[in-house]
Ligand binder design. Sequence first.
Ligand SMILES: Cc1cc2nc3c(=O)[nH]c(=O)nc-3n(C[C@H](O)[C@H](O)[C@H](O)COP(=O)(O)OP(=O)(O)OC[C@H]3O[C@@H](n4cnc5c(N)ncnc54)[C@H](O)[C@@H]3O)c2cc1C
Length: 422
Amino acid sequence: MEHYDLVIVGGGLAGGLFLTALQHHHPHISTLLVERSPQLGGNHTWCLHEGDIPERSRPWFLPLLSHSWDRYEVFFPSHHRVLERSYHCLKSEDFAAKIASRCGSAATSKPTPPLIRLNSEVTGWKKDSDGETLLEIRGQGPTPVAASKPTLPVAASKPTLVRCHSVIMAGGWQPLADPKSFGWQKFVGLEVRLQRPHDLRWPILKDVRVPQIDGYRFFYTLPFSSDQLLIEDTYYSNHPGLRVERIEREIYQYAERQGWRIGEVLRRETGALPLAMNPPAMAVSEWPVLGAQSNYFHPVTGYTLPFTLRMIQDLMDHSNLTVPSMQKVMQLNFHRDERRFRFLAMLNRMMFLAAKSETRYRILERFYRLPLPLIERFYSGKVSLFDQIRILAGKPPVPLGAALKAVRRQTKVDENSPAASP
Ligand SMILES: Cc1cc2nc3c(=O)[nH]c(=O)nc-3n(C[C@H](O)[C@H](O)[C@H](O)COP(=O)(O)OP(=O)(O)OC[C@H]3O[C@@H](n4cnc5c(N)ncnc54)[C@H](O)[C@@H]3O)c2cc1C
């Protein structure tokens, strides 16, 4: 029977990052990563701010980046600003290729190359008489590394057992227990090749000079090369529904208005990320849980990358990678962030419950007048008490009565995890 020190369940962003960090910090740990789909990473463009990257993660994380820019800009109806700080992105196809290229298909050398099993799913587990874990895995054969041909449905394949010391779950977003206590950041993005080069030198993170329908709405554009852009139409809305075809037409119209003539659509991407109006609570599981499955995400953006990175670095630095020690580090991180989560969830209540849909943008317009270091701390979820006061100081951009009501409002979900436990 195959035996590993550690098995990672889920080869998306969190699982892939954890594997990469392990290779850097603990190359002698034998690892298996199990991913249900035929490729690692799914179909995403993940972005983050410079301040989201922990110093100690830089050696293993920076090589994963697909693009970096040294500034970005925002456009609001009455405010424009260029923010002179780097912004980075990882494309999931690059991410998958880089991770797969460093993994082996057999444990032939030391340090042991980790193995990746695609088209495979962890469907159960039990303990053996030595206290080791036996994982039941269904799906394709033992060690396909690269994306491969269609396979048998996972459920129809014969299970194999794998023995391991530790397991870490990184299975992605789970169904929400109470969707009503969430707002949504939802978007449709087209990665396009233009007929002519554009003149964009850095990302436009928010272009709010568009009709404010279905909540706070903005366009988000990343320039990948002189004629290649990712253009996303994004909504901070009270519901997750997306009319993809209609929004794609809007993207074409927006591009036209910027003078960008779309020649070819290279890739499509959609998402609806939950924005917590009550502070997210740590997912409870027998195993340590990482990434979206753990509920450790930014309440106001739904982004997991800054939080996942920080958590992984803390696990590398402060745990011995046994199950109890990883769970302890995770609890400490959640505990440290509890107060910040309460503040960020309260901002969401102001946004989704107090502000009128068409004037929500004013909250963000005001926010983007604040000092750059504060903006960076906000996005990485590290707002200090002083930052919280700065963010709230002055005349509120929403009606005072409604704001106070939203601030006080807590639903019964507050004491429980908002998302289903794994
Ligand atoms: C289109 C899109 C863009 C986003 N952009 C950003 C961004 O720019 N910045 C940011 O911080 N966040 C972003 N997010 C939010 C979040 O970071 C992503 O959803 C991210 O992919 C979450 O990472 P994860 O590893 O937790 O989950 P996922 O990346 O979804 O990975 C989970 C993986 O686990 C696999 N799996 C689940 N159960 C099993 C099992 N039992 N056995 C085997 N495999 C299993 C799934 O197949 C999946 O591949 C974005 C989300 C979307 C949808």
